[in-house]
Ligand binder design. Structure first.
Ligand code: NAD
Length: 498
C-alpha cells in the first residue's frame, strides 16, 4: 500500500517522475505559440521542477476554438448521458491507477504532505468525478401543468464552452469541483490551473484522452493571471467558473460584463468562525477539532476555522487543550509519510502571512508560534500560530490570512458570538459547539454561512452537500446536484397540440 512507503521511497520516485509542462489543446501537448515559458518551483525545497508553457491570448483562442468545435460537433455534448458517464468513469479509473504518481506530483508542486495528497486530494478528486458521472444519467426534466391543448417540458442543456480558473491550495480537487459537473452536463472545458501548481492538471489531460474523452473536450492552459484574464474576456466562452481571491473574482465579473456577459460563478475567500459555548460536551474534542480546522493544509483552506470564538467561562480550559493539540502540527518534510504540515506555497504567500503576524503582534497577544522554519533547501515552513485577540475588531480577526494562524476571541453571550461571527465580509463556513438544542438551532439559523457544522468542523466530505458562500465568499455552489445548474441552461419547450 502506498501509505507504507517511506520518505526515501518518495524522494527516489521524485527523481524519475516524468513531468509534462506543455499546455494540452485539442488532444495534444503543445508549447505556447510564442514559446514563452515559466519555471515551476517546488515549495518543498525551492528546486525547479519543470519549464511550463506560459499561455497567452493566442493560446486561449486555440483552446476555446477547439472546445467550441468539439461542442458543436456533438462528439461529447450529443452523447447519451450513459455514454458520457462511462467515459468519465474510465477517466476516474485511470486517475486511480495513477494515484501514486499524481499524489507525488501534487506534493512536489504544492508542498502538501504526501499523506494528504495520497489520502485526501486524490481520493477526493476521483470521488468527485465518479459522483458526477454517476449523477448524470439520473437527471430528470419537468413537465409543468398546462392548458389541455399544450404540452411543455423544462430541460437542462449544456451551455457550450466552460472556462475553469482555479487556485493552488487543492490544485486537482478544486479543478475537479468545476470540470466534473461541467463535463458530465455535456460542456467542453478549458481549465486554467494556478501558475503555482499547474503540473497535475496538465498530467490528467492526457489521461482524459486515454479514457476516451474526445479531443477538444478537455483542454488545459498553463499560465498566470494574464491567461485567466484572456479567458474572462473571451467572447466565445459561455461560462467562467472561478475559485480564488475576491480581488480576482471581482475582476472576472467585470470582464464578463465588459465582454459577452458570460455566466460567472465565484468561490472566494473566508474567515470562518468556530464557536465554542460553555455547555460544549467535549472541550478536548473541540480543541483538537479547532486545531485541525485551522492548521490542516497549512491553513491554506478557504473554509479554515481561522477564528475561534470561545465563551469566557471555558476559555482557559479550551486554550490549554488547544496548545496541546497544536503540537501535532509542527512542520516536517512533505515527502515523509508521517508529516502532517508541509510547506507554505511560496515566498509571496509567506510574506503576506508574515505581514499579518507583524500586525497581530501589535494588536493581539501571541500565544504560540510565529516563526518561519527552514527545513529543506529554501522551502518555507511556518510554525502553527495562535493569537488571543484583545477585541473582535482586530484586523487579524477579520481579514483572510490564508496561513496557519488562528485568532482566538473570547465572548460572553450567544448573541455576541453570532454578531462577531457575522461581522466580516465573508460567509463561507461556521461551526457551533453546544449541547443545548435551542442554542444550536438559534445559531444554525442566524449564522450567515454556506456550511454550518454542529459539534464538529470540516467533517462529512460528501458530494451530496453543496459548498459555497454567503456574501463576499461568492455565488453559486460547488458539489451536489445544485452544481449542475451552474453549467446548464434551462430550456422551456412548448408544443401546441390539436
Ligand atoms: P488568486 O485569485 O490569486 O488566483 C486564482 C486563479 O486566478 C489562479 O489560477 C490565477 O492565475 C488566476 N488569476 C489571477 N489573476 C487573474 C485575472 N486577472 N483574471 C483571471 N484569472 C486570474 O487566488 P489564489 O491565491 O490562487 O487562491 C487563494 C484564494 O482562493 C483565497 O482567497 C481562498 O480563500 C480562495 N479559495 C476559495 C475556495 C472556495 O471554494 N471558496 C477554495 C479554495 C481557495
Amino acid at each position: 500500500m502506498p501509505e507504507s512507503k517511506d520518505r526515501t521511497y518518495w524522494l527516489d520516485k521524485a527523481q524519475t517522475l516524468p513531468i509534462e509542462g506543455r499546455a494540452f489543446i485539442d488532444g495534444a501537448y503543445v508549447d505556447a505559440q510564442n514559446r514563452a515559458t515559466f519555471t515551476s518551483f517546488s515549495p518543498i525545497d525551492g528546486a525547479p521542477l519543470a519549464s511550463v508553457a506560459q499561455c497567452a491570448s493566442a493560446d486561449v483562442d486555440l483552446a476555446v476554438a477547439a472546445a467550441r468545435r468539439s461542442f458543436e460537433a456533438g462528439v461529447w455534448s450529443d452523447l447519451s448521458a450513459r455514454e458520457r458517464k462511462a467515459l468519465l468513469l474510465n477517466w476516474a479509473q485511470l486517475l486511480e491507477a495513477h494515484t501514486q504518481e499524481l499524489a507525488l506530483l501534487e506534493s512536489l508542486d504544492s508542498g502538501k504532505p504526501i499523506a494528504d495528497t495520497l489520502g485526501g486530494d486524490l481520493p477526493g478528486t476521483i470521488y468527485c468525478l465518479r459522483w458526477f458521472a454517476e449523477l448524470i444519467d439520473k437527471v430528470h426534466g419537468e413537465v409543468p401543468a398546462t392548458d389541455p391543448q399544450f404540452f411543455g417540458t423544462v430541460t437542462q442543456q449544456p451551455m457550450g464552452v466552460v472556462a475553469a480558473v482555479v487556485p493552488w491550495n487543492y490544485p486537482l480537487l478544486m479543478a475537479a469541483w468545476k470540470f466534473a459537473p461541467a463535463l458530465a452536463a455535456g460542456n467542453s472545458v478549458v481549465l486554467k490551473p494556478s501558475e503555482k501548481t499547474p503540473l497535475s492538471a496538465l498530467r490528467i489531460a492526457a489521461l482524459a484522452l486515454q479514457a476516451g474523452i474526445p479531443a477538444g473536450v478537455f483542454n488545459v492552459l498553463s499560465g498566470d493571471g494574464h491567461t485567466g484574464r484572456a479567458l474572462s474576456l473571451h467572447a466565445d466562452v459561455d461560462c467562467i467558473a472561478f475559485t480564488g481571491s475576491g480581488k480576482v473574482g471581482r475582476e472576472i465579473a467585470k470582464n464578463a460584463a465588459a465582454s459577452n456577459l458570460k455566466r460567472v460563478w465565484l468561490e472566494l475567500g473566508g474567515k470562518s468562525a468556530n464557536i465554542v459555548m460553555a455547555d460544549c460536551a467535549d472541550i478536548p474534542q473541540a480543541a483538537r477539532s479547532a486545531a485541525a480546522a485551522i492548521f490542516a493544509n497549512m491553513g491554506q483552506v478557504c473554509s479554515a476555522g481561522s477564528r475561534l470564538l470561545v465563551q469566557r467561562s471555558v476559555a482557559d480550559t479550551l486554550l490549554s487543550e488547544l496548545m496541546h493539540a497544536t503540537q501535532a502540527y509542527q512542520p516536517g518534510h512533505p515527502l515523509d509519510p508521517a508529516t502532517v504540515t508541509g510547506a507554505i506555497i511560496d515566498g509571496g504567500q509567506l510574506q503576506q502571512i508574515n505581514q499579518y503576524l507583524d500586525i497581530g503582534r501589535q494588536e493581539a497577544t501571541l500565544l504560540r508560534g510565529g516563526r518561519t522554519l527552514q527545513l529543506a533547501g529554501t522551502g518555507a515552513y511556518l510554525e502553527p500560530t495562535i493569537f488571543l485577540a484583545k477585541d473582535a475588531s482586530a484586523r487579524i480577526a477579520n481579514e483572510e490570512i490564508f496561513g496557519p494562524v488562528l485568532v482566538v476571541i473570547v465572548f460572553d453571550t450567544l448573541d455576541e458570538a453570532i454578531a462577531i461571527a457575522n461581522q466580516t465580509e465573508y460567509g463561507l463556513a461556521a461551526a457551533i459547539w453546544s449541547s443545548d438544542i435551542n442554542t444550536v438551532h438559534t445559531a444554525t439559523r442566524r449564522l450567515k454561512a454556506g456550511t454550518v457544522w454542529v459539534n464538529c468542523y470540516d467533517e462529512l466530505v460528501d458530494m451530496n452537500f453543496p459548498f459555497g458562500g454567503f456574501k463576499e465568499s461568492g455565488n453559486g455552489r460547488d458539489n451536489s446536484v445544485h452544481a449542475l445548474s451552474k453549467y446548464t441552461e434551462l430550456k422551456s419547450t412548448i408544443l401546441r397540440c390539436r
